[in-house]
Design a protein around this ligand. Structure first.
Ligand SMILES: Cc1cc2nc3c(=O)[nH]c(=O)nc-3n(C[C@H](O)[C@H](O)[C@H](O)COP(=O)(O)O)c2cc1C
Ligand SMILES: Nc1ncnc2c1ncn2[C@@H]1O[C@H](COP(=O)(O)OP(=O)(O)OP(=O)(O)O)[C@@H](O)[C@H]1O
Length: 144
């Protein structure tokens, strides 16, 4: 059994997330997902959707076998539980493959680290969806 681990914020779900998780699952037999904690999302605006709700949505997606909330303080804590054979990185995740591999090795974990590709679409980004809603609100355009 090959266990794959994906991570991410997954604020407002869209087909880019589904593609990412399908690509991740295709690399192995089981897909685990770590959901970012609200307080740890500092690299972009804080998520609109609270962490327990983001967890529930990701856990319900077809490629996902298990989804958990990440640690508040130590990113390696859930990895020790999950023991992945492969860790995937999304096309825009800031970690460099080699650096992440080195950090994992330093903590006694030796998974493969694989960068996945991007799929393009007009609203294939949580921030693009949030921006479009804000724009329509500003112009008093109907949201539905
Ligand atoms: C190997 C790995 C483990 C992670 N573990 C955690 C964690 O335990 N807690 C957490 O809040 N974020 C964790 N993260 C960070 C996020 O889940 C996510 O990768 C980061 O916020 C950037 O992704 P985004 O572009 O989807 O927002 C981890 C990231 C990686 C690569
Ligand atoms: N269009 C896409 N194609 C492939 N992977 C994607 C796409 N959109 C998001 N992902 C991946 O899904 C994971 C979770 O994404 P994240 O929560 O950062 O959503 P996002 O839509 O990229 O957010 P934002 O628009 O705020 O940057 C990340 O690893 C990211 O690379």
């Amino acid at each position: 059994m090959t266990r794959v681990l994906a991570t991410g914020t997954f604020d407002i779900l869209h087909p880019g997330h589904v593609y990412f998780l399908e690509q991740a699952k295709a690399l192995g037999d089981e897909l685990y997902v770590i959901i970012s904690r609200d307080v740890n999302v500092n690299h972009k605006p804080r998520p609109v959707v609270p962490e327990d709700q983001r967890l529930k949505m990701v856990a319900s997606l077809r490629p996902v076998d298990s989804a958990v909330l990440g640690s508040l303080t130590d990113y390696f804590e859930p990895i020790a539980e999950i023991k992945p054979d492969i860790v995937v990185l999304g096309f825009d995740q800031k970690f460099q493959e080699a650096e992440l591999k080195k950090a994992l090795n330093g903590r006694g974990f030796f998974p493969e680290v694989v960068r996945l590709p991007q799929i393009s679409g007009e609203f294939y980004s949580s921030r693009a969806i949030a921006a479009e809603i804000a724009e329509r609100k500003k112009k008093h355009l109907p949201i539905d």
